[in-house]
Structures are given as structure tokens and as C-alpha cells.
Design a protein around this ligand. Sequence first.
Ligand code: FES
Ligand SMILES: [Fe+2]
Length: 329
Amino acid sequence: MSDFPEKLYACWHPVAYAHEVKETPYPSKLLNRNLVIWRTTDGKTHAMKDLCVHRGTALSLGRVVNDCIECPYHGWRYNSEGKCSLIPQQEKQNIPEKAKIDSYLCKERYGLIWVALKEPIYPLPEVPEIESSDKWKVVLTGPFSWNTDASRQVENFTDFGHFPWVHPDLLGDKNRLTVPDHTVTREGHILYYTIKRPEAANSQEFPIFGNKKSVGPERHSRYELHLPYTIVLRLNWGEEKEMVYFFVSQPESQNTCRGHCIIGRNYDFEQPDSTLQNFENVIFEQDKRIIESQRPQKVPFDLTEELHLNFDAVAINYRLGMKALGLDY
Ligand code: FES
Ligand SMILES: [Fe+2]
């Protein structure tokens, strides 16, 4: 493992939505590794290298039988620890020690499957609102697959200056372009900042926000940016309606990533999930064409390579934080 900094392997990353992994093995990609994700009958999820030791076939093309994953080429089976348990071509089961697949730490939480390729150094963020609370309704949006590095996708989610330009009338107001002052602090691997910023009034097509004003609404946002690629955004409009965004980008390779966005709201329980899902599809499409055009494809962690101004405080601190923790490359 060396094409990314060691520490990135030692972080939890999403590899699928939980509902994507059913009875059949599911192929995923993380930090240039092809993985197969699958479930045993107890519902537990497992992550392994997607490669049969016999002839290198993708195990994700196979099936799950008796809590083992079966290779589609010659039917070899591997258990949830990755150990080969059956070689059908042999009369006597003398299974060589080498008949083993690398397996990784894997768990399910927040409607996602998470994998750490090495012992993880940071825990997942705590977001009780989207975890079994009857005061909140949770909607899964995405996935958002982009041809760029995960750092660019995360940075875009945190960028204030682009709202009126890229998402006019949906997230930003073209008549209010200035970014209000905000201060970023870092504690360990988490950046904290709050901002009260101008936003667009709720649109007729997507009445998803809790703002009441038709002119000049402001959004109060509290951010936690968990390095490297996770954002917890809590927002409201000064009253009782609140919203939580849990956004996390999966670093598939140096130039592909997959965003997962889970949204909780303490209002509008009866609105169909498709309203929020369609809204986010529009927003992420608007961003995608811009972000995929950026060069270099990953965030340059050296500050001298770009031009940063005061209102880019988050981008600056993202670069500094990633560098300080050895998560940059
Ligand atoms: S390649 Fe997998 S069993 Fe032969
Ligand atoms: Fe955007």
C-alpha cells in the first residue's frame, strides 16, 4: 500500500449504501483497491479484496453460499475471514495455507457500509439525529460519482462563494454575493466553523428548506469537517425547523470519488423522499461539471499553488489540517 499516504488507509471510508448490499456480492473500490462487499446470513457485512487467489477472478461476480463467498470460475469458497473452505476440484480437501483472501474491517452505520483497510485512527462522527430518532426523518440521497479526487468533492461541499454562481435561486441569491466572515478552528482531525449566510428563498419545485421569507432569507449553519472526507452540517433559520447533512466522499482512486449524502429533517415528514433526492441530483449535477474541470484533480495542499483570500478560510484550513495530519498527498 503506497499510492496514498499510509494514514488514509487507517480511516473509515464508505464503500456502499447499506441497501446496495443484499444477497449478492457487491463490487466497490477504495484507494485503488477493488473490494467485494457481502453479507452473511446474520446480516453482518464483510469486505475483502475482490480477487480469487486461484486465477484472479473477481469474487464479486460470484455468489454467497452457506455464509461463504463462491468464486464464479471454479467454485472455490472463502469464509468471512477470507480463508478458503472448499476446493471442489480436489477429492481430499487439502487446502493450502496460501488459499486466503485479504479481508478488512467492515461495519454498517448511518445507512452506509464502512471499511478501514488498516486499524482506524479516528472514530466515525456522532450524528444522533440520523440514527433512530423519531423527531427526525432521514432521506438518503446520491450516490454522486465524480471524475475527480475526493478532496475536491469535499471542498466543494464546504465552499460558500459559489452558491449564487453555481446554484442561483436554489442555494444562493445573485443579489447577495458577499461571503460573511467566519472563523475556522481545528481540534485534532475536526474543523469547526459556523456561518450565517444569505441563501435563496425556497423554490416552488423543491420546497425543502425551513425558511419562511420569500426575500432575503439567511441560513444559520454549523459545520464539522471531519478530515479527511466527512462533513456534518447542522442548519436552521433561527426557529424550530432544523436540518442535518451528513456528507462523505469515498476516495475510489486519485481521480474518481463517490459522494454519499444523508439528510435529516425535524419537519416535513410527509414529503416524499424523491423531492429531496431530486433536489440533490440537480445541485450535484451543477457542481459536477465545474469540479471535474478543476486542475489539478486533487486539492493542492501547498497554499502557494493557488490564490486564497479571507473568505476561503475553510479551504485554507482544510489544506493545513490535512497536511498537519499527514492525510495529504
Ligand atoms: S479463479 Fe476462482 S476458483 Fe478458479
Ligand atoms: Fe455546490
